[in-house]
Design a protein around this ligand. Structure first.
Ligand code: GLU
Length: 414
């Protein structure tokens, strides 16, 4: 099986299940089982040594019945068509769950920015925008950061689009630097959303964040801000990891020290000798486990070894369908990615609104609005899961797909 094929096929199975529960027919499933648009582009880039290298990029737009599509762009060597397709479908679900007037989109470029110079990354970012320019725009499809892309890359992309558009277009992309129309709080919004999801989940299990033992896989944008939030809230972050390995201290790691030493891609464990493997990380005795890295991490192979009582998915697609079943049967509360990681796109929406109205909010206002949306979404999904006796992932899919399906039906698409 291609590396990410299971992401699409398992998403399709759960979407089908959700549509059945909502009473939609086969025609609706046919419409939403795949992105409506998938563009593959080849991007020639002049490298620093004078040669030209051609990269492959994608932009998938799952469904725009509700409004323009929205979602990040990732730069990673493992990007492929299936991954981008699945990610765009999850964006539709996230936007439905937190009630944003968008459908889902996602983009990616097959590359390794860790091996490229900053100038090469800039030329690649600009080339990607030129290549996808026909199908994106502030009222069509609005990109944002994702794995290994950041506010600087958003700035270059916005600049390139604005040049083509011939006027300043901050609403073309979100996750920008504040001076270019970025929103207060956007950089930490995914992590704050995860914290809110953890708080809500802990409450349901009669627990508190303070003094709980947390394991976080990943130390990128979401993982590092999350570790800091939890550490400041009095939790013991007993392990964190990056692509090279994991650091573990049963008494709690010094997160401020690690943040100081991490590089811009979230790598830190290479500075230490005493590390454990990612496999061992998942088996650690803890209260809360947060996969905040890449997909397919909790599988039927390790789902029985997980000791946490609560698993909150900060990454996209970290738990396979089989593992979801095992964790649920074991009584572990699993908060799905489409809910727990929706904080980023929520504040992206706030950023776009601020760009459209040209009036900017304080970080307090942003965070308050974010909290309101996420607490409500969590409550809806948790209650639905309880009343329908389904796991939280299926409940989240039911809430997430409902609005797109209704909008598509009104439009006469299915
Ligand atoms: N890439 C993020 C996600 O997967 C954010 C998307 C956005 O802000 O549009 O949710």
């Amino acid at each position: 099986m291609a590396e990410h094929e299971n992401l699409v096929s398992s998403t399709q199975i759960i979407i089908k299940d959700a549509l059945d529960k909502l009473g939609f027919d086969e025609g609706m499933y046919e419409l939403v089982k795949e992105p409506m648009r998938l563009l593959t582009v080849r991007i020639p880039v002049r490298m620093d040594d004078g040669t030209v290298k051609t990269f492959t990029g994608y932009r998938a737009q799952h469904n725009d019945a509700v409004g323009p599509t929205k979602g990040g762009v990732r730069f990673h060597p493992d990007v492929d068509e299936d991954e981008v397709k699945a990610l765009s479908m999850w964006m539709t679900l996230k936007c439905g769950i937190v009630d944003l007037p968008y459908g889902g989109g996602k983009g990616g470029i097959v590359c390794d920015p860790r091996q490229m110079s900053i100038h090469e990354v800039e030329r690649l970012s600009r080339g990607y925008v030129r290549a996808i320019s026909q199908i994106v725009g502030p009222t069509k499809d609005i990109p944002a950061p994702d794995v290994f892309t950041n506010s600087q890359i958003m700035a270059w992309m916005m600049d390139e689009y604005s040049k083509m558009d011939e006027f300043n277009s901050p609403g073309f992309i979100t996750g920008k630097p504040i001076v270019l129309g970025g929103s207060q709080g956007r950089d930490r919004s995914t992590a704050l959303g995860v914290v809110i999801a953890i708080e809500e989940a802990a409450k349901r299990r009669g627990k508190m964040i303070k003094d709980s033992r947390v394991v976080i896989q990943g130390f990128g944008n979401a993982g590092s801000f999350l570790a800091k939030f939890l550490y400041d809230a009095g939790a013991k972050v007993i392990a964190i990891s990056d692509a090279h390995g994991a650091l573990h201290d049963p008494d709690g790691l010094d997160i401020d020290y690690l943040l100081d030493r991490r590089d811009s891609f979230g790598t830190v464990t290479n500075l230490f000798e005493d590390t454990i493997s990612n496999k061992e990380l998942f088996e650690l005795d803890c209260d809360i486990l947060v996969p905040a890295a890449i997909s397919n991490q909790i599988t039927e192979e390790n789902a029985y070894d997980i000791k946490a009582e609560i698993v909150v998915e900060a990454a996209n697609g970290p738990t396979t369908m089989e593992a979801t079943k095992i964790l649920t049967e074991r009584g572990i509360l699993l908060v799905p990615d489409v809910l727990a990681s929706a904080g980023g796109v929520t504040v992206s929406y706030f950023e776009w609104v601020q760009n459209n109205q040209g009036y900017y909010w304080t970080e307090e206002e942003v965070n308050e609005k974010l909290r309101e949306k996420l607490v409500k979404a969590f409550d809806n999904i948790y209650t639905l899961a309880e009343t329908r006796q389904v796991d939280m992932r299926l409940a989240a899919y039911i809430v997430g797909i409902k609005r797109t399906a209704e909008a598509a039906r009104y439009r006469g698409w299915a």
